[in-house]
Design a protein around this ligand. Structure first.
Ligand code: DAT
Length: 174
């Protein structure tokens, strides 16, 4: 925990389609924190540096994103939503949630989103190999990284309840 912040910063990460935006927005609304979607920040500030044909997605200017968000993150009280976690400064986050979704459920969600077959396959494989979980565990202290299920609305409610209790505890300890 970073003693200089009055409110914590939360990272919600996971493979695309696992429910990051849905949960992160719910947390921000329920706890009166600021929701920060890295994709939107990048678009608004034109923070891309090319296109990855293999992954069929724009390449993020990571240093640019860090520069734009640094002071806001130092103040605390943010819920950050992104499908990667390792390039953020470790000191930014007090807790990291990695959403996990069963392959078939994820497949259906990505199909509904209109992704190409290749993009769906890449993302489902990323989930099968637990790429984002491993990346988060390598980038942050084990005790702040939490793997949470995100298959059903009940999972979401459960996750929200647990995160709200964690926030209350955080407030009580500062
Ligand atoms: P992400 O931000 O990780 O790409 P999202 O929040 O846009 O994912 O969610 C993808 C879709 O899945 C969207 O239609 C909402 C739905 N969804 C998210 N979390 C869910 C959950 N726990 N149970 C059922 N559906 C969920």
């Amino acid at each position: 925990m970073n003693g200089s912040r009055k409110l914590p910063n939360i990272l919600v990460t996971g493979t695309p389609g696992t429910g990051k935006s849905t949960l992160a927005e719910e947390i921000a609304n329920s706890a009166n924190l600021k929701y920060i979607n890295i994709g939107i920040v990048a678009k608004e500030n034109d923070l891309f540096c090319g296109y990855d044909e293999e992954l069929d997605s724009k390449i993020l200017d990571e240093d640019g994103v860090i520069d734009v968000l640094e002071s806001e993150m130092c103040n605390g009280g943010n819920v950050v939503d992104y499908h990667s976690s390792e390039f953020f400064p470790e000191r930014w986050f007090d807790i990291v949630f990695v959403l996990r979704t069963d392959n078939t459920v994820l497949y259906t969600r990505l199909e509904k989103r209109g992704y190409s077959a290749k993009k769906i396959q890449n993302n489902v494989q990323c989930e099968i190999f637990q790429t984002i979980l491993d990346e988060s565990k390598a980038a942050y202290k084990d005790e702040i990284v939490h793997e949470i299920p995100s298959n059903t609305p009940e999972d979401m409610q459960n996750n929200l309840d647990q995160i709200m209790s964690w926030l209350q505890q955080w407030a009580a300890n500062t």
